[in-house]
Design a protein around this ligand. Structure first.
Ligand code: HEC
Ligand code: HEC
Length: 334
């Protein structure tokens, strides 16, 4: 079974005991609490928030980042695979943007190293927002409210795609979800979990789920084979990490998804084939660990997973600056 070196516990203890006074006992656990976001440049974050919601970054004028990463729905679209420009069927399930700053890399196969690298992708992807970076910049440059805001944040008169992706990434870094009931328990509130939830957590650990789902995000930090003990059958064309490394050994290795907020981010797996958490837990037990959970065991693990839902990002809906007479017209039906 693949193993990873555990998070350097001593470092976490030193960091967190200093800042938050977290009970040291919690640090022996394979999952650590989510730290609240630290915002160093609020203007940049506010600009990124607007861009995240702005449908004018798409050819149709209809699709924004929030269309597929709906922040009212756990940062996901709750579809097996996403719907892109012209109602195109997407190839893969949209992972949540919540806590994506904790990922070792972005996308199921990790082909983008940083959130900023990632953010340029969907705008120009013909199957997603179907725009070009040049047109996106031309559009923003034609909107006086944006020109003023980019100038205030970056000190430049010309909008660039690097500034766009930097702002979106800064906003995404604030999309962390602290204060889940599980984190409260980790930090010493022993009444935060029910007995069934705690038994679910013990089963999760004792069965070996934490070999892959660990760290603050309970995942997101390694690539692992889908189907360690038994092969996983899927009609999806996704081949996993091999697409990036070209190493055969990486075929069907996917980034381990975070289990934070997993209650909200159904359906599950890269092909979206598991409709419910009970199904996902059953498949994981069998194909990753060779374990068949009884119904009550499965229910306890599901109950534990639901305690990982944290505070969802919450803010007034951003009001976007209006287009000008020079703004290129949207093309929803080409
Ligand atoms: C049409 C739907 C769609 C739109 C629009 C879209 N995304 Fe995505 N997003 C996806 C899908 C599908 C994936 C997974 C693709 C893959 O892994 O190959 C993804 C992956 C991501 C990831 C990686 C998460 C992870 O855990 O690996 C981030 C971050 C992200 N998108 C942010 C954005 C931002 C920012 C925008 C707007 C600029 C955006 N997305 C627009 C569907 C969409
Ligand atoms: C060998 C590593 C490994 C082990 C052990 C493992 N997982 Fe996973 N888990 C993964 C990977 C990789 C994925 C994504 C696979 C895919 O979509 O192709 C995943 C996906 C999931 C998902 C779906 C999340 C989503 O957003 O799509 C859940 C839920 C889950 N695992 C729970 C568990 C539970 C419960 C256990 C223990 C019974 C477990 N996992 C054991 C690697 C592992």
């Amino acid at each position: 079974m693949p193993r990873r070196t555990l998070f350097p516990v001593a470092v976490v203890v030193a960091l967190m005991a200093g800042t938050a006074g977290i009970a040291l006992a919690a640090m022996d656990e394979p999952i650590q609490p989510i730290a609240p976001a630290k915002v160093s440049n609020p203007g940049l974050v506010e600009l990124g928030k607007k861009l995240f919601f702005d449908t004018r970054l798409s050819k149709s004028g209809f699709i924004s980042c929030n269309s597929c990463h709906n922040l009212s729905m756990g940062g996901s679209d709750n579809l097996k695979t996403s719907i892109g420009h012209n109602w195109q069927k997407g190839p893969i399930n949209a992972p949540t943007v919540l806590n994506s700053s904790l990922n070792v890399a972005q996308f199921w196969d990790g082909r983008a190293l940083t959130l900023q690298d990632q953010a340029g992708g969907p705008i120009a992807n013909p199957g997603e927002m179907a725009f070009t970076h040049t047109l996106a910049v031309t559009t923003l440059q034609s909107i006086p409210g944006y020109v003023a805001e980019f100038k205030a944040v970056f000190g430049t008169d010309k909008v660039s795609i690097e500034e766009v992706t930097k702002a979106i990434a800064a906003f995404e870094e604030t999309l962390v979800t602290p204060n889940s009931r599980f984190d409260k328990w980790l930090m010493g509130d022993k009444g935060a979990l029910t007995n069934a939830e705690l038994e679910g957590y013990e089963l999760f650990k004792d069965s070996g789920c934490t070999a892959c789902h660990n760290g603050a995000a309970a995942g997101g930090n390694t690539f692992q084979k889908m189907g360690v003990v038994e092969p996983y059958k899927s009609s999806s064309p996704a081949e996993g990490r091999v697409a990036v490394t070209k190493e055969e050994a990486d075929r069907f290795n996917f980034k381990v998804p975070t289990l934070r907020n997993v209650e909200l981010t159904y359906p599950y797996f890269h092909d979206g084939e598991a409709a419910t958490l009970a199904q996902a837990v059953d498949v994981m037990g069998r194909i990753q660990l060779g374990k068949r959970f009884t119904e009550p065991e499965n229910a306890k693990i599901v109950a534990f997973l639901k305690t990982l839902t944290g505070d969802q990002p919450s803010f007034p809906l951003p009001i976007l600056p209006p287009s000008s007479d020079k703004t290129p017209q949207p093309k929803p039906f080409d």
